[in-house]
Write a protein that binds this ligand. Sequence first.
Ligand code: FES
Ligand SMILES: [Fe+2]
Length: 427
Amino acid sequence: MLRKEQNDLLTQTGPGTPMGQMFRSHWMPALLARELPENECPPVRVKLMSERLLAFRDTEGRYGLIDEFCAHRGVSLWFGRNEECGLRCPYHGWKYDVTGQCVDVPSEPAESGFAKKIKLKSYPLVKRGDILWTYMGPPDKQPPLPEWEFCMVPEDQTYTSKRLQESNWLQAMEGGIDSSHVSFLHSGALNTDPLFKGSKGNQYNLGDMKPVFEVVESPGGLYIGARRNAENGSFYWRITQWVMPAFTMIPPRADHPVHGHFWVPIDDENCWAWSFDYKSTRALTPRERADMEAGHGVHNKNIPGTFRPAANKDNDYLMDRAAQKRGDTFSGVEGIAMQDASLQESMGPIVDRTKENLVSTDNGIIMARHRLLRALKAMEKGETLPGIPLEHQRVRSAALVLSPDQHFKEAGKEALVVQPGKSHATV
Ligand code: FES
Ligand SMILES: [Fe+2]
């Protein structure tokens, strides 16, 4: 449970809010690189943490993320002409470069120097992996570029998708670290989804509905350990990584690619659910890539030309009561991503956390909230936030079978950090 003030503090991320400042201290995914596929392609509207921005790629291939609206009289520059190293407002022709600098005001004499005095707000936009990343904080505090393993491996080893989620970022993120729902909500998918099925771990997952959670602080956030019974008194451990504020990596299953998410606020009532899948030591097979593109695993199908899921709240997520009754799917909604999103959106855009009744399996969520609140206090004192140092980003999730006398934190020490040349520890 959270008090109302605490819930407000964690869920509001607009300019000037403490949680907004935390998000603005990190490099965050802004858009997929494939949304700006070539020089002078159409610009893309991007709303992040309640700021309306516009991304574009100029004649030289430079990326820019600038205020969406023209400094003259507020026209959306989405209508702009992307030409000769800048975006020209179609209303009266003012032109801006990728830094937001106005470079031409055709109605004014060039010698007046008027254009030089006009500059739109802008943020850096940098490609790494499949993603264009932005940093929206003060320029003098800009951290080094992100080094999450999924965006550092060669291109043929990684795949990223995104979808709109019509809820606040925090309830989406809390779903990502809530391992106990997997045995229920996703029980059907464990045996049928091509990117999940066939792992020994699935049998442990489905065979023990009362996992014991052990949540331990990590340098960047939390290790969320879930322990289930395996053979001969040994334990099956799944260790999820949460790195502050919004990165999660889910433990692997067999040799399937490893997936995880970023949960990035669009505004206080919507977020981007970013989903990545990668292998640290081999290329994705054509089959795996095709399954990801088809919306299997943690990915989903969007309405073509948009990032809104095809199954959404306006069509009741294509609820199939017969499948629910037969048990093909536990909730009647198809696909892991939409099973999660449907229930998280059903709570309302910002769930009232004063009314919850939390139990021991919610320990990861309780500790994550606590850690975020603590970090907000530390941020006020000017301390470096967890998740910013690059070593906090060089982490891995793991699935392990351990004897009862082993603790995952010691036994999994190597498995929980990036080991170049080695694959994830998996069952
Ligand atoms: S509103 Fe953009 S040039 Fe006038
Ligand atoms: Fe889930």
